[in-house]
Write a protein that binds this ligand. Structure first.
Ligand SMILES: Nc1nc2c(ncn2[C@@H]2O[C@H](COP(=O)(O)OP(=O)(O)O)[C@@H](O)[C@H]2O)c(=O)[nH]1
Ligand SMILES: [Mg+2]
Length: 396
């Protein structure tokens, strides 16, 4: 990720008056002391660009607009510098400080950002010393607000969630397999014998993966696990990749030569929508679970559970078998995801096929902020089957 070219990084510009707490906010968001915080007027008036990895959002450039305000640059020069920053900004944080009553500068920035349709988050800083009425601000500024204290790190997690939610869509990963398959590669896709999609359909991740393979000029061959042997016989060479439904992971793994790369739809989608490395780390905590530990099983949509439902029956059973512990398992389905995750030792999320990357990343950020490990169905199942390295090796 550190190789990500600067242009492909999400550029986050921080606007706010001198002493509003821009530098402190950058430090709080990144968890590093990288921006100089001072009680005195800024020494430099040029915007500062800092490329960094903002976990788990990804590679970003944070633009500190120190000095582009009333006291710093005046008149034309300010307009020019602001324009220079706006040209590069994908997402803006407009910082309001409780100490300040005059909102003329904030209005000027707001109008500029609105004109360019740049997503903007209002950050009300220093709420540890004084509160600002958000509703009053909303009359003038039609943007989402987050109240924070950069100093005491209050609500910094909420701010990161807002950054993720308001980032423009082109920061979604654009390809599922484009960095893994080459044109003309043979990719065999395996569905379970009891296809769980309604008659006439395939489940969304399968459809998306097939489309992605076609977009990458590779060959997509779809079979059920019962016909996997047949297709391997028909091919005049080994497939370049096999993607299976997680539910038949073990069977498919046993049928394949070990030199054929194998992964699953849910692992591909986990990487497409979230941070695979974080999900892998999360799965590894399964073996640390003890009697009485609470595990959250989270699903992004509500469906009528069938017999043998993966989230409600299979996974809880596998977890209990594996850990031999008396776990308290809570299932949460739907768009409401608990704000407070601290009581959980692990979150196991579904493949989130009805979610986009933004929604899934918002949940991952919340878990990370509260130091709760998170994994997902496919990654957890692969881990418990002892094949996690085998099925993620080509993807991380
Ligand atoms: N009480 C309080 N002080 C803050 C907060 N954020 C920043 N400050 C203080 O405000 C002053 C200016 O902060 P700085 O980050 O340098 O502001 P900048 O000029 O916008 O970069 C410093 O003395 C900070 O310690 C906050 O959330 N609460
Ligand atoms: Mg500063």
């Amino acid at each position: 990720m550190l190789d990500t070219p600067k242009a492909n990084r999400l550029h986050i510009a921080i606007f706010g008056r001198r002493n509003a707490g821009k530098s402190s906010l950058i430090n709080a968001i990144t968890g590093q002391e990288i921006a100089l915080v001072s009680d005195f007027a800024g020494t430099t008036t040029d915007p500062v660009y800092k490329a960094m990895e903002l976990l788990p959002i990804g590679p970003v450039v944070i633009i500190d607009t120190a000095g582009i305000d009333d006291e710093g640059e005046v008149g034309e020069l300010r307009v020019k510098k602001t324009k220079e920053v706006l040209d590069k900004t994908d997402l803006a944080l407009l910082v309001f400080s409780a100490e300040n009553k005059d909102l003329s500068m904030e209005n000027e920035w707001y109008e500029n950002l609105k004109e360019r349709k740049i997503p903007t988050i209002g950050v009300i800083n220093k709420v540890d010393i004084k509160d600002i009425d958000e509703e009053e601000l909303k009359k003038e500024f039609d943007i989402p607000f987050v109240k924070v204290s950069a100093k005491s790190k209050l609500n910094i997690g909420k701010l990161k969630e807002a950054i993720q939610q308001n980032a423009p869509d082109d920061y979604e990963m654009k390809t599922i397999l484009g960095d893994v398959v080459k044109p003309k590669d043979v990719v065999v896709l395996v569905a379970p014998q009891d296809i769980q999609a309604p008659k006439g359909r395939l489940i969304l991740p399968q459809v998306q993966v097939i489309r992605d393979i076609l977009d990458n000029d590779a060959l997509a061959l779809t079979v059920k696990d019962s016909e996997l042997h047949d297709i391997l016989k028909v091919l005049n060479r080994k497939p370049d990749l096999v993607v299976t439904d997680s539910q038949v992971f073990e069977k498919v793994n046993n049928m394949l030569d070990k030199d054929i790369p194998l992964t699953s739809f849910s692992i591909l989608m986990a990487r497409y929508k979230g941070e695979l490395k974080m999900l892998i780390e999360g799965a590894k905590t399964i073996d640390t679970l003890k009697d009485g530990d609470k595990v959250l099983i989270a699903e992004s949509c509500t469906h009528h559970p069938l017999r043998g439902d993966i989230g409600r029956e299979k996974l809880p059973n596998w977890l209990k078998e594996r850990t031999k512990a008396n776990l308290e398992i809570v299932v949460n389905a739907g768009v409401d995801f608990p704000e407070d995750l601290s009581e959980y030792k692990l979150i196991i999320h579904c493949g989130a096929c009805m979610f986009n990357r933004k929604q899934m990343m918002t949940r991952m950020i919340r878990a990370k902020e509260q130091n709760v490990p998170i994994t997902n169905y496919g990654v957890a199942i692969a881990y418990m089957n002892g094949i996690l390295d085998r099925v993620t090796g080509m993807l991380v």
